[in-house]
Design a protein around this ligand. Structure first.
Ligand SMILES: C[S@@+](CC[C@H](N)C(=O)[O-])C[C@H]1O[C@@H](n2cnc3c(N)ncnc32)[C@H](O)[C@@H]1O
Length: 265
């Protein structure tokens, strides 16, 4: 994503209000606003010599990369289904790994589209706290906007989304600045380099997200910041990794995923 160039535009049909919103997005993201002028996104990108365009339409905000046929927009993915499973007594392996309960404070270091954070926020409730950091600026803005505006049915799901404190930042820089034992749980779900991700839903996120490795120092800061545990999500195809202080592993749904639990220091 860091090498991806893009502009902000609005819908094909002229609409002054959408143009106004698009200008605001452009200002916030510090990229040019370009009037759509009836052009297709592919044509607009060619004309402007950029890889992608963020389109602000009445329906949603979407990043389109025409040459790669990639479209990314916020949606909460499996969050509602997982919450429904919890309500139905089937549990959730991430929640089990975290030993999560009402009132807990969770730091999500790799927020992405905040699916995991939404499930965590639903569990910790109004008395708890979920703070999430996303390293990619555009993803962070899209997730913060989606969490604040996305409408979804399901008991307490929308409220759980609204309560998440979504921020832009690289956890490798943020964690060292956070006080010791500041959160019950510190959560990391980074992309591991050798992952062969099967999920179609994850592909656009993989295209945009940060892929830099998490180094030893960051794992140690995560353990320092956690009161109860650090939980690391891994997929079956992820590269082998020697994580420090492992005290447990919780198998995820369908066994493609596992949650590795690290002790605090
Ligand atoms: C696998 S996705 C996380 C998905 C997330 N758990 C969810 O439920 O939507 C990884 C995300 O973490 C972000 N990321 C990777 N390294 C990061 C870092 N050092 N600090 C903050 N975010 C990071 C990526 O940009 C990407 O959006």
């Amino acid at each position: 994503m860091n090498d991806l160039t893009y502009v902000v535009t609005s819908s094909r049909r002229p609409d002054p209000e959408l143009d106004r919103q698009a200008r605001q997005w452009a200002e916030r993201l510090d990229v040019p606003f370009v009037p759509r002028a009836g052009r297709s996104v592919a044509r607009l990108c060619r004309d402007e010599r950029v890889d992608a365009a963020l389109t602000i339409t009445a329906e949603r905000v979407t990043l389109r990369i025409p040459d790669e046929e990639v479209e990314y927009f916020f949606h909460p993915s499996m969050a509602r289904t997982r919450i429904r499973n919890i309500i139905d007594g089937m549990g959730d392996p991430m929640v089990t790994a975290m030993q999560l309960r009402a009132g807990d404070e969770v730091l999500d270091c790799t927020l992405g589209r905040a699916t995991d954070a939404t499930v965590a926020s639903w569990i910790v409730g109004e008395d708890g706290l979920v703070v999430g950091y996303e390293a990619n600026r555009l993803l962070a803005e899209l997730t913060a906007h989606g969490l604040a505006t996305y409408e979804i049915e399901g008991p307490g799901v929308e409220e759980a989304m609204r309560r998440i404190d979504a921020r832009h930042g690289d956890c490798r820089e943020i964690l060292p600045t956070i006080a010791t034992s500041a959160f019950d749980v510190v959560y990391l779900d980074p992309f591991f380099e050798r992952t062969v991700e099967q999920s179609q839903a994850m592909q656009p996120l993989r295209r945009l997200g940060l892929h830099e490795p998490i180094g030893d120092e960051t794992w140690e800061h995560a353990r320092r910041v956690a009161r109860r545990c650090v939980v690391v999500k891994r997929r079956r195809d992820d590269e082998p990794l020697d994580l420090p202080g492992v005290i447990g592993v919780e198998a995820g749904g369908g066994s493609r995923v596992q949650y590795v639990v690290l002790a605090p220091t």
